[in-house]
Design a binder for this molecule. Structure first.
Ligand code: AMP
Length: 468
C-alpha cells in the first residue's frame, strides 16, 4: 500500500540523504575538447581532413539515418552495403579516369597482394558492380537500393569538404522512365524538407553522348573565341573534358559562361522529351526547381537528367550543393552488364547536419530514463543490478551509476537528468526483499516488494494498466 507521507531516506539506508531539493547543477563539469598535452609526449592527432563524430553529435546522425531509412523503406527501397575498399578499376571505369574524383582525389594504393585497390570515393559504381556480381538483373526491375556510409576523397579540406565524409544514397537500376528521375528527386526533396531544411532543386539535362558530341564542338569553339580571357583551368578543361568549363567559379570566366551555348538546345528529341516529362512530374508534385544550364556534374557516368539540391536561401548566392544526382543509363554496360538504365542521388550527411545546426532544427524527443536505480554498498548493488536488468526486460528505461557509493550523489544525478522516479536499495531493503520507490518531484516514498517493483512502476508510469 502506498505511504502518502514523506519518508526520509536516512531511516532505511545506511547513509543520510539530502532532505531538501536536490541540486540541479550537472554532476560532471563540461570538459574541454582538447586535453592538455603531456610533457614530453607528442599527442597523436587525426589525419588532415578527417573528423571524429563525437557523442554530442550522435543524435543528429541517428535522426538523419532514421529519416533516410524511413524514406527509403516507404518508397520500397532495400538497403545495400558494399565494402569501403574496391578494386580501383570499379571507379576508374565507372566514374571516369579523367574526372577530378578519380584523377586527383581517389585514395589508391597497392595492397599486400599488389592489387590496385581504392577507398571508395562514391558508391554508384560500386553498387552497379554489386548489381552485376549478384545477378540482380534477374530480379524484377527496377532494383531499388539505398545505402548510408563513409566515402573518401583526398580533397583540400575546408568548410563542408572533408577527406572522409558520409553519404546517404538511392540507386534505381533497370528503368528508363522519367518518373524514376522524378521519384528520386521527390525523395531527396522530402528528406531535406522533413528534416527542417528548405531546399530547391537545380536541374539540367546533359543528354546522351551523341547529343554531347555536337554540343561540345560548339562549346569548344565558343570558348576558343574567348581564349584570351578565360582562366588556365578552363583552358586545360577545354582540352580534356570541355563541359567542365561550365563548373568554373573564377570571376573572370562568369560572363563567358553566362553566354555560352546551352546543352538543352542540342538534345535529341528523345532526351528533350525525357527532360520535359521529369519537369512535368516535378510541377505536379509542387517541388521547386530551377533550370541550371551550367550544371554538368563532375562524374563521367551521367546521362540525361542531372540535379543538385541547394538551400532555398542560397539558390541565388554562393552555392554549396547539399547533394548530387542524376541518370546514368550507360554505367551498367560500362561495368560489363547489358544496356540498363538507372538513376540515383547521394546527399552528403555532413552538409545536411551542418544545415540542421545552423537552422537550429529541433530534433525529435529523445528516449529518457524513467527511473534511476540507486544502491548503497555491495550487497544492495548486486540486487540493484538485477533490478536494472528486470526493468530493461520490462521495457522500462532506467539509469544508474553502480560504481558510485554516495546516495546523495546518485539522487543528484537522477535529479539533474530529470528522472521522475528512483528505486533505492539499502541493506535493510536487501534483507526484507523490498525496494524504496521515490517520486523525485514530490519526494514521496513507498516501500514495495522487490519482485513486483517493475510492474508497480509501470503502473505509475501509465505503461501497464493490467496491474493493480
Ligand atoms: P558527389 O558524389 O560529388 O556528387 O557529391 C554528392 C554530395 O556529397 C555533395 O553534394 C556533398 O554533400 C557530399 N560531398 C562530396 N564530397 C564531399 C567532401 N569532400 N566532404 C563533404 N561532403 C562531400
Amino acid at each position: 500500500m502506498a505511504i502518502k507521507k514523506k519518508v526520509v531516506v536516512k531511516k532505511v539506508v545506511a547513509r543520510p540523504a539530502p532532505k531538501k531539493e536536490f541540486s540541479k547543477k550537472p554532476i560532471v563539469a563540461a570538459k574541454k575538447d582538447t586535453a592538455p598535452a603531456v610533457a614530453g609526449k607528442k599527442q597523436i592527432q587525426l589525419l588532415r581532413g578527417m573528423k571524429d563524430i563525437l557523442p554530442r553529435d550522435q543524435y543528429y546522425w541517428k535522426t538523419v539515418f532514421e529519416a533516410a531509412q524511413r524514406m527509403s523503406e516507404d518508397f520500397g527501397f532495400n538497403r545495400i552495403e558494399t565494402p569501403l575498399l574496391e578494386e580501383a578499376s570499379v571507379f576508374m571505369r565507372g566514374v571516369g579516369k579523367q574526372t577530378d574524383v578519380v584523377e586527383k582525389e581517389m585514395y589508391v594504393f597497392e595492397d599486400r597482394d599488389m592489387e590496385k585497390v581504392a577507398l571508395r570515393p562514391e558508391n554508384t559504381a560500386a553498387v552497379v558492380r554489386a548489381y552485376l556480381q549478384h545477378g540482380m538483373w534477374n530480379q524484377p526491375q527496377p532494383v531499388k537500393l539505398w545505402y548510408f556510409g563513409p566515402f573518401f576523397r583526398h580533397e583540400r579540406p575546408q568548410d563542408g569538404r572533408q577527406r572522409q565524409f558520409h553519404q546517404f544514397g538511392l540507386e534505381v537500376i533497370g528503368d528508363a522512365s522519367p518518373v524514376i528521375d522524378a521519384m528520386v528527386i521527390q525523395m531527396t526533396y522530402l528528406l531535406y524538407t522533413e528534416l527542417g531544411i528548405p531546399v530547391s532543386v537545380q536541374i539540367n539535362s546533359i543528354g546522351m553522348p551523341e547529343d554531347r558530341t555536337r554540343y561540345k564542338m560548339e562549346l569548344v569553339q565558343y570558348y576558343r573565341s574567348h581564349r584570351a580571357t578565360i582562366c588556365e583551368t578552363c583552358k586545360a578543361r577545354l582540352m580534356k573534358n570541355p563541359m567542365r568549363v561550365l563548373d568554373c567559379k573564377e570571376d573572370s570566366c562568369q560572363p563567358i559562361k553566362a553566354n555560352a551555348p546551352q546543352i538543352v538546345d542540342y538534345l535529341s528529341n528523345e532526351s528533350r522529351d525525357h527532360f520535359m516529362k521529369v519537369l512535368e512530374y516535378l510541377d505536379e508534385l509542387g517541388i521547386p526547381y530551377f533550370l541550371n544550364h551550367t550544371l554538368v556534374r563532375g562524374l563521367d557516368y551521367y546521362t540525361k537528367t542531372v540535379f543538385e539540391v541547394v538551400t532555398s536561401d542560397e539558390e541565388q548566392g554562393s552555392q554549396t550543393a547539399l547533394c548530387g544526382g542524376g541518370r546514368y543509363d550507360l554505367l551498367v554496360e560500362e561495368l560489363g552488364g547489358k544496356p540498363t538504365s538507372a538513376c540515383g542521388v547521394a546527399p552528403g550527411i555532413e552538409r545536411l547536419i551542418s544545415q540542421m545546426k545552423k537552422r537550429q532544427v529541433p530534433l525529435p524527443a529523445r528516449r529518457t530514463p524513467q527511473v534511476y536505480v540507486a544502491q548503497l554498498g555491495d550487497l544492495s548493488r548486486r540486487k540493484a543490478m538485477v533490478l536494472f536488468a528486470r526493468l530493461r526486460a520490462e521495457g522500462v528505461m532506467a539509469d544508474q551509476d553502480f560504481s558510485k557509493g554516495s546516495l546523495k550523489a546518485q539522487l543528484e544525478s537522477a535529479n539533474a537528468n530529470k528522472i521522475p522516479y528512483a528505486f533505492v536499495i539499502g541493506q535493510k531493503e536487501v534483507q526484507e526483499g523490498t525496494v524504496i520507490m521515490r517520486d523525485m518531484d514530490s519526494g514521496v516514498q513507498e516501500t514495495v516488494d522487490f519482485n513486483k517493483a517493475p510492474q508497480i512502476l509501470k503502473r505509475k508510469l501509465g505503461l501497464d494498466k493490467s496491474v493493480e
